[in-house]
Design a protein around this ligand. Structure first.
Ligand code: S3P
Length: 185
């Protein structure tokens, strides 16, 4: 297993991934899980399991607000007994309560990329309900504008992902966490 990062797996805090659709949170979460051996908890996966249907169907059947309520409820109940890799949906920062809960859970890592890269990645797959519109590019641009300051306010660490692989992002995160935790000691 490739691992050149020295972040201490026994450190007390979880790694929380935030960022826009297309930032690579799920894939990077899997890389981090493989590299660290930590459990991976994905809020979208937990909500989908609770509703027993994919996210797009939850939006279609119950509406976005019900999804957001479920998302917050998952965070309230999420208290891993060990540090974990926590993967979130792109809209998690919309509620102040969510951000407070994420900050309690661990070190919040914002995966950044330029808008064109994010949109290109996000639009590659058709499971994202917010992009099922006539003009997904405009909707994406608006979400990007509205959310940037929210991600920035929530983040402890930012990682630029546009030109590196998911595994390199994971490696960079572990190196930065090492720096971050030594700065805080
Ligand atoms: C959303 C992003 C999705 C999912 C839901 C809403 C958003 O997760 O939570 O479709 O509001 O940006 P990803 O960021 O993993 O696509």
């Amino acid at each position: 297993m490739a691992s050149t990062a020295y972040w201490d797996v026994n450190a007390a805090k979880s790694i929380v991934l935030i960022g826009m659709m297309g930032a690579g949170k799920s894939s990077v979460g899997r890389c981090l899980q493989r590299r660290t051996g930590l459990v991976r908890l994905d809020t979208d996966e937990i909500v989908a399991a609770e509703f027993e249907m994919p996210i797009a169907q939850i939006f279609g059947k119950h509406g976005e607000e019900k999804f957001r309520d479920a998302e917050t409820e998952v965070l309230r109940k999420l208290a891993p007994d060990r540090p974990a890799v926590i993967v979130t949906g792109g809209g998690i920062v919309l509620r102040r309560e969510n951000v407070d809960l994420l900050k309690q859970l661990g070190t919040v890592v914002w995966l950044i990329a330029d808008k064109a890269t994010l949109f290109e990645r996000a639009a590659r797959r058709d499971h994202r309900p917010l992009l099922q519109t006539e003009n997904p590019r405009d909707v994406f641009s608006q979400l990007f504008r509205e959310r940037e300051t929210l991600y920035a306010a929530a983040a402890d660490i930012r990682i630029e992902t546009s030109r590196i692989t998911h595994d390199e992002v994971a490696e960079t995160i572990l190196n930065k966490l090492e720096e971050f935790s030594s700065l805080r000691q």
